[in-house]
Design a protein around this ligand. Structure first.
Ligand SMILES: NC(=O)C1=CN([C@@H]2O[C@H](COP(=O)(O)OP(=O)(O)OC[C@H]3O[C@@H](n4cnc5c(N)ncnc54)[C@H](OP(=O)(O)O)[C@@H]3O)[C@@H](O)[C@H]2O)C=CC1
Ligand SMILES: CCCCCCCCCCCCCCCC(=O)OCC(=O)COP(=O)(O)O
Length: 324
């Protein structure tokens, strides 16, 4: 009883302290400014995306699907790409069926292709541009990962992963680019990976394709800035999708395992939100990962002699686990 009374008196005293001084208006003012800032940011994001033509590759699942949902909800005119027409049509149904009427949304278009068909990208680009007459934002998201030792990975697998993750996307980008240069406007977004900045053992084909991606789009950014075209490279850490399940092994077969790191990765919805923010803020290079992967990027750059033994130890440990 005494305790309750004294605690109540303490709270009352604290409240009087706060209300009596300048802290309360200062506190309320700060909260107000933060709320207003967030509101303005959201309005700016919507304004940047509303009615723009956004092409998303790999829209049938995982991160691409979440980006499709989010960009659709903020009013983008979408072109959804992937290999599986049925999955993409189902997504269109899902997006258009749930319209709440509050916001103006557009019915997405679907274009199907396999990124391995590098020579077909020019025709597919024409089909994509034809959907709405222009492309404002191209999101190169589709990709596949790799699991296997370099000793046991056939070169055909390296080539396949490079075609899907690198040659296909750059061929598509090159084919869409002239229409952007002509309009002096456009934004190319590429979903790379932390593994575009550091190499992790037993994913050589994947890491190589993402490093190549980073280099290509860094070059592109510098070359097309003069035409008013923006380039954003996004490098996420682990995301909770089927990337590891769909990964290809050294002999070309499907890995088929949901890795622990992937299962415990970031929610793809949160990553899609971070991508929307990065795109609307016209960011050039964004790492979307936790502390350890981010530190690993710095370690690789600033102190490679410390980074390499860590990776070698990781390779030894994983090899041992596989043998047991
Ligand atoms: N999940 C993760 O931990 C991370 C993922 N990323 C990157 O995010 C991107 C999306 O992957 P995520 O959503 O995770 O994985 P998913 O496996 O869920 O999605 C991959 C997408 O790529 C498409 N795709 C695969 N192969 C081809 C092909 N040959 N031609 C055309 N499209 C193809 C698939 O479409 P379909 O099979 O229907 O054709 C699917 O929509 C990838 O670039 C990946 O590297 C980056 C960092 C971490
Ligand atoms: C100063 C102290 C620094 C400590 C650094 C320690 C180094 C720790 C290594 C951390 C490695 C992080 C790897 C992250 C890899 C990643 O996030 O990849 C994302 C993907 O693309 C996933 O694809 P995958 O096929 O590998 O599932």
């Amino acid at each position: 009883m005494f305790h309750q009374l004294s605690r109540r008196m303490l709270y009352k005293g604290m409240l009087m302290e706060i209300t009596g001084s300048n802290i309360l208006p200062l506190l309320l003012g700060s909260v107000g400014i933060i709320v207003l800032y967030k509101l303005l940011q959201r309005m700016k994001q919507r304004a940047y995306i509303q009615d723009t033509v956004v092409v998303i590759t790999g829209a049938s699942s995982g991160l691409g699907k979440e980006c499709a949902k989010l960009f659709h909800s903020v009013g983008a005119r979408l072109v959804l790409c992937g290999r599986d027409r049925q999955k993409l049509e189902e997504l269109v149904q899902e997006l258009t069926g749930g319209a709440d009427g509050k916001r103006k949304t557009h019915t997405p278009n679907v274009v199907t292709f396999d990124l391995r068909d590098v020579d077909a990208m020019a025709d597919r680009a024409e089909e994509i541009v034809g959907c709405f007459g222009q492309v404002d934002i191209l999101i190169n998201n589709a990709g596949i990962s790799h699991r296997g030792t370099i000793l046991d990975t056939d070169v055909s697998v390296d080539r396949d992963v490079m075609n899907i993750n690198y040659f296909g996307p750059i061929a598509l980008t090159k084919a869409i680019l002239p229409s952007m240069v002509q309009r002096k406007s456009g934004h190319i977004v590429t979903i790379s990976s932390i593994q575009g900045k550091i190499a992790i053992p037993f994913r050589s084909a994947y890491g190589a394709s993402k490093h190549a991606t980073q280099a290509f789009f860094d070059c592109l950014r510098a070359e097309v800035e003069q035409f008013g075209i923006l380039v954003t490279v996004i490098s996420p850490g682990y995301i909770r999708t089927n990337l590891s399940v769909n990964a290809v092994t050294g002999d070309g077969s499907k890995y088929g395992v949901m890795d622990k790191n992937t299962a415990e990765g970031w929610d793809p919805q949160d990553v899609a939100k971070a991508i929307l923010t990065a795109v609307s803020r016209k960011k050039k290079d964004v790492v979307l990962a936790g502390m350890m992967p981010t530190l690993a990027v710095y370690l690789r750059t600033l102190l490679p002699c410390a980074f390499f033994p860590i990776m070698a130890a990781r390779a030894r440990k994983e090899r041992k686990v596989k043998k047991n």
